[in-house]
Design a protein around this ligand. Structure first.
Ligand SMILES: [Zn+2]
Length: 190
């Protein structure tokens, strides 16, 4: 969402100006209002984008599996904070759940955040352990499969969601094809 990034820059620039404006001045008040307007516009754009994404995910798939991430923990990582808050995962989740209630035979499942979705091979189940975020692809030493980090994590999220609506059993199931979508939240955290 480049448009939002441009607005982000405007907001940051505006806040820098605001910090230099004299307290109680008319200029400061003007700046404050201008920033609030841009922030409101940005919220609308995000909400609209998320609404469309959620609608499409739920419409086109019978089961949507989301991973419940430790968002507040991830927000402490400065590099990740901006990308995570921009993606608005809580909002997307709430919207998906609302949509699934409106269409027959639709289901949204959330797997718990402690699943080692990026630490496990989605082909053979081998667990290679924690990877630094900079590692984007993995070659499984057990089965030889080459994975994109996010695609692999997504496959694991999906498998876990299909195995158990409450998301407990990752290791016992392999990904299945079918009318299912899965969002790897890892992807947004780059
Ligand atoms: Zn493997």
């Amino acid at each position: 969402m480049r448009y939002t990034s441009a607005l982000d820059r405007k907001i940051r620039k505006g806040k820098r100006k605001l910090s230099r404006a004299i307290k109680g001045s008319k200029r400061r008040e003007r700046l404050r209002r201008a920033i609030a307007r841009i922030e409101a516009k940005q919220r609308d754009i995000r909400r609209d984008f998320n609404q469309k994404l959620a609608a499409r995910l739920v419409r086109e798939n019978s089961v949507v599996v989301l991973e419940d991430l430790n968002v507040s923990g991830m927000m402490k990582n400065r590099k990740l904070a901006r990308a995570i808050s921009r993606a608005g995962w809580r909002q997307i989740r709430a919207m998906c759940e609302a949509k699934s209630g409106m269409i027959a035979d639709r289901e949204v499942r959330t797997i718990n955040r402690w699943e080692p979705t990026s630490q496990t091979c989605s082909c053979c189940g081998y667990r290679w352990g924690k990877l630094d975020l900079s590692v984007r692809s993995v070659l499984c030493l057990n089965c030889g499969a080459e994975h994109d980090r996010d695609v692999n994590a997504g496959a694991n999220i999906l498998a876990a969601g299909l195995a158990d609506p409450n998301g407990q059993a990752l290791s016992s199931v392999r990904p299945q094809s079918g009318a299912v979508a899965c969002l790897s939240t890892h992807q947004e955290a780059v």
